[in-house]
Design a protein around this ligand. Structure first.
Ligand code: FES
Length: 180
């Protein structure tokens, strides 16, 4: 009696890839991914934008934060297909013409980071805070940055950096952060 062996479908054929287009840091980009892929994976692995970090992959640490259509999002919580047609800004996109964004300058000048791993979340949360409040209290700063975990600064220099960024914005209201 003869047995017919089941034919196996190669994994790459079984999982259909889809093509997406999105504008990343002012450049139209086309990528191929599966439905299960995360935006952070596409940014890092396909577009090689390593300034977007992977920490918890759980929405807790903020290291993967980017701006999606102008709003900060944790890109480990966004499926890549959901970003089809979106405008995305990563940390690299804030300094496209080699001038740092004013918030980045404030963090640089006030030791707002040490290892830098958490900096995407701190910077994008600060941009969002200052877009609506240029004179935040320390309590408002700490509340706005909640959800971004830093393991090395102790947070005080981060608060001081945000205060400095706010003061710079008040002193030069025409010098707004890119994209705001
Ligand atoms: Fe996305 Fe931690 S890696 S929140």
């Amino acid at each position: 009696m003869s047995h017919t062996q089941p034919t196996e479908t190669p994994l790459e054929d079984a999982v259909p890839a889809r093509e997406l287009s999105m504008t990343v840091n002012d450049r139209l980009c086309r990528v191929r991914c599966e439905d299960r892929h995360l935006l952070v994976e596409v940014l890092r692995e396909q577009l090689r934008l390593k300034g977007t970090h992977i920490g918890c992959l759980n929405g807790d640490c903020g290291a993967c934060t980017v701006e999606l259509n102008g709003e900060p999002v944790k890109s480990c919580l966004v499926l890549a297909p959901a970003a089809e047609g979106a405008e995305i800004t990563t940390l690299e996109g804030l300094a496209l013409d080699r001038d740092l964004d004013p918030v980045q300058i404030a963090f640089w000048e006030n030791d707002g980071f040490q290892c830098g791993f958490c900096i995407p979340g701190q910077i994008f949360a600060t941009r969002r805070l200052l877009a609506g409040n240029t004179d935040p209290t320390d309590a408002e700063i700490r509340s706005a940055l909640a959800g971004n975990i830093c393991r090395c600064t102790g947070y005080q220099t981060i608060v001081e950096s945000v205060r400095a960024a706010a003061a710079a914005r008040r002193d030069a209201p025409d010098h707004v952060e890119k994209g705001t």
